[in-house]
Design a protein around this ligand. Structure first.
Ligand code: ATP
Length: 355
């Protein structure tokens, strides 16, 4: 099912303090049928509020929500055909796994025999059909999370909404479970919206990501496209581990300068700019134009991370990732050339990308 958000806006007003928060501001997105969308942004950017408006748990201040051709904006949550999974899985502790999964079906007055069959079918998809007699307290975090997903899927929802579903899991389990969510989503083909503040998580499993800041959508696109072509400094900064390196620089006579060093050619006019260089944008070269002082080198298997400093950097350290097979640097100073496609220039005032 396609989900369309039209000028969706949510303003919270605090009458006592006479203050207003625009949690979501004029959001326009079309989410294609059967895709997994990652809603991504820092804490407080309006991700959860967006999800709750889609679910019907929160009413928009203005704007409309469509599921395919139907306007569902005024429809009660239980009539929208959605499955919801929250950060804390909210399983019923006194019920078995089977009873938890069946709960939405029994509430909808399905016959018990049919509900059991359907619960087992769903449990198979999320691979917990061997745990049906256990209570939630007898399960690991990852298993509890699968039960919550099964319960959300059991009524074959039109749309699956996941609000930070992996936050309570340890690092290894997060990795496994996010792959699992992708598999389940592919197998069921259900349109899924996944809220997270973790860019790596969103990039790894989403067909499309939507990056938000202070209630306003910044960019939507395929993860790699948004990474390669960020529209502004915020998006460039938010995506990527280690993060992009930002320098204050300027353009003069068709050259990009950082601290008097001409590091790149450009067609842009003379002006001050922020220069953003991805960690993989540095190439060690004894004749390179860009000199940094190495603080230390971290060997990470095939890659090595050079942690260095440069006075023009807006952050205390610069991180560059280079290939240990070809580019092992020494301690001291290091000279780099830059890969032009990994360098982005931003307007110093608006922070919009220039190229
Ligand atoms: P997080 O990752 O921390 O959950 P989020 O991106 O999901 O953050 P929201 O929970 O959607 O952000 O909140 C967006 C903004 O709206 C925040 O500034 C928040 O303080 C505010 N907000 C959310 N719910 C309410 C509410 N019921 N009343 C007043 N303000 C609210």
């Amino acid at each position: 099912m396609k989900v369309v958000l039209e000028h969706l806006t949510k303003v919270f007003t605090n009458k006592k303090q006479k203050s207003e928060v625009r949690a979501v501001d004029d959001l326009n997105i079309e989410i294609p049928d059967g895709k997994l969308i990652g809603l991504l942004g820092p804490s407080g950017c309006g991700k959860s509020t967006t999800l709750y408006m889609i679910s019907g748990l929160q009413e928009p201040t203005s704007g409309r929500i469509h599921f395919d051709d139907a306007d569902v904006t005024d429809l009660a949550p239980e009539k929208r055909g959605i499955g919801l999974v929250f950060q804390n899985y909210a399983l019923y502790p006194h019920m078995t796994v089977a009873q938890n999964i069946m709960f939405p079906l029994i509430s909808a007055k399905m016959k018990k025999k049919d509900a059991i069959l359907r619960a087992y079918e769903t449990a198979k998809i999320v691979q917990i059909d061997n745990l049906m007699d256990r209570k939630p307290s007898e399960l690991s975090g990852g298993q509890q999370q699968r039960v919550a997903i099964a319960r959300a899927l059991v009524k074959s929802p039109n749309v699956l909404l996941l609000d930070e579903p992996l936050s309570n899991l340890d690092a290894r389990l997060r990795l496994q479970t996010r792959e699992e969510i992708k598999r389940i989503q592919r197998e069921t083909g259900v349109t899924t919206i996944f809220v997270t503040h973790d860019q790596e998580e969103a990039m790894s499993i989403s067909d499309y990501i939507v990056v938000m800041k202070l209630g306003v959508m910044q960019q939507v696109g395929k993860p790699q496209d948004v990474y390669d072509d960020p529209v502004n400094l915020f998006v460039a900064n938010f995506l990527g581990t280690p993060p992009i390196n930002i320098f204050k620089g300027y353009i003069k006579d068709k050259g990009v300068y950082i601290d008097e060093e001409r590091v790149l050619d450009t067609e842009l006019a003379d002006q001050e700019v922020y220069v953003g260089i991805r960690p993989e944008g540095f190439v060690v070269d004894p004749n390179g134009a860009f000199t940094c002082h190495i603080d230390h080198i971290e060997v990470m298997g095939r890659d090595i991370s050079i942690v260095s400093t440069h006075e023009a950097s807006t952050k205390p350290t610069i991180r560059s990732i280079v290939d240990s097979l070809t580019e092992m640097p020494r301690e001291g100073d290091v000279k780099f050339n830059l890969r032009p496609q990994k360098v982005h220039l931003f307007d110093i005032q608006t922070e919009k990308r220039l190229k």
